[in-house]
Design a protein around this ligand. Structure first.
Ligand code: MLT
Ligand code: MN
Ligand code: ZN
Length: 310
């Protein structure tokens, strides 16, 4: 399998359009040790021919333009695209709005949980994806689904599983209590497998907690892309950027006794890569203590254009 990180930043990207925090200011100035990042998405292919997007970010057009593998082929007829399917892990703006870029009457399959497909159904702008060409397929939780394009098997399977998380920000319903109306399927993780090679990796870009189930699932994995939104739960409050903790936003932090660095310490995961990194996160400074701490704990900080083959 070939896996490409199309976008390694969380919602808003890096720098974020309206943000003058120290990280965003530094990357805008071209300071050494800071690299701009687009919003959260991966692409995966079994053989480099047909590709599946894992989440579709608002930056998708920019991401496609700098990823030749994902462009139309010169010998492929007047209209063609190697992108055959997209799999969505939640209904967040950073993960679904890129679908609108894929609207030019190209056959495509869009996979998501029932909850996320309902978000698409309830937002009529997604009807620009012509239903005659673009199938919307339910991804059942806890079972393996073979991914299919409009005309055939893509040679990859996906197992979707619920992870601790929160309903998308714009769907929060305060009248429904402290979980804001969150239901199973609002946030999922994916295990993507190539049945031919027996290889598999996990993609969990949004996750509030590594609970027992998730730890057991990830134990011994060859490769995990994981939620790297914040370094410290209260970093956005400390920086004066927001009144919300990471926990309130449905994101586990990297550091601390409840953090992902600690949670993965004994899981025996061969390669651990942070993605969905928020612009407030100090690991975005290559020379920071936070960056050193993450890296000495065996984590890689994902970057746009990162490619991993397994
Ligand atoms: C999140 O991951 O918490 C969201 O993408 C935040 C947002 O909507 O920007
Ligand atoms: Mn997000
Ligand atoms: Zn910022």
């Amino acid at each position: 399998m070939i896996i490409k990180v199309l976008g390694s930043a969380a919602g808003g990207g890096f720098p974020q359009w309206n943000c003058n925090c120290s990280n965003c200011a530094a990357v805008r100035q071209g300071a050494p040790g800071f690299t701009a990042r687009t919003q959260s998405s991966l692409a995966v292919s079994r053989d480099g021919t047909d590709w599946v997007l894992l989440n579709t970010s608002p930056d998708l057009r920019e991401q496609l333009n700098r990823t030749p593998e994902l462009g139309s082929k010169s010998n492929g007829g007047l209209r063609n695209s190697p992108i055959k399917a997209a799999v969505l892990t939640n209904g967040d703006v950073d993960h679904i709005t890129g679908l609108i870029n894929l609207r030019e009457m190209e056959p495509l399959a869009v996979y998501g949980s029932g909850r996320v497909l309902a978000v698409l159904a309830n937002n009529s702008i997604f009807n620009v994806l012509n239903a005659e060409k673009v199938a919307r397929r339910d991804l059942p939780l806890g079972t393996s689904t073979a991914l299919h394009s409009a005309d055939g098997d893509l040679g990859l399977t996906v197992e979707a599983f619920a992870v601790p998380g929160k309903v998308a920000l714009y769907l929060e319903d305060a009248s429904k209590g402290s979980d804001f109306g969150t239901e199973e399927g609002d946030t999922i993780g994916l295990k993507v497998s190539d049945p031919k090679s027996g290889k598999a990796f996990f993609y969990v870009p949004g996750c509030a907690d590594v609970d027992k189930d998730l730890a057991a699932r990830l134990n011994g994995a060859e490769l995990v892309f994981f939620d790297g939104t914040l370094f410290e739960d209260s970093e956005m409050i400390a920086a004066g950027l927001s009144a919300k903790t990471g926990k309130r936003m449905g994101h586990i932090s990297m550091s601390g006794p409840d953090g992902s660095i600690a949670a993965f310490e004994n899981l025996g995961v061969n390669r651990k890569v942070y993605v969905h990194i928020n612009n407030s996160n100090p690991v975005l400074d290559e020379n920071s203590n936070a960056r050193r701490q993450a890296e000495t704990s065996g984590w890689e900080i994902g970057f746009d254009g990162m490619e991993i083959r397994i």
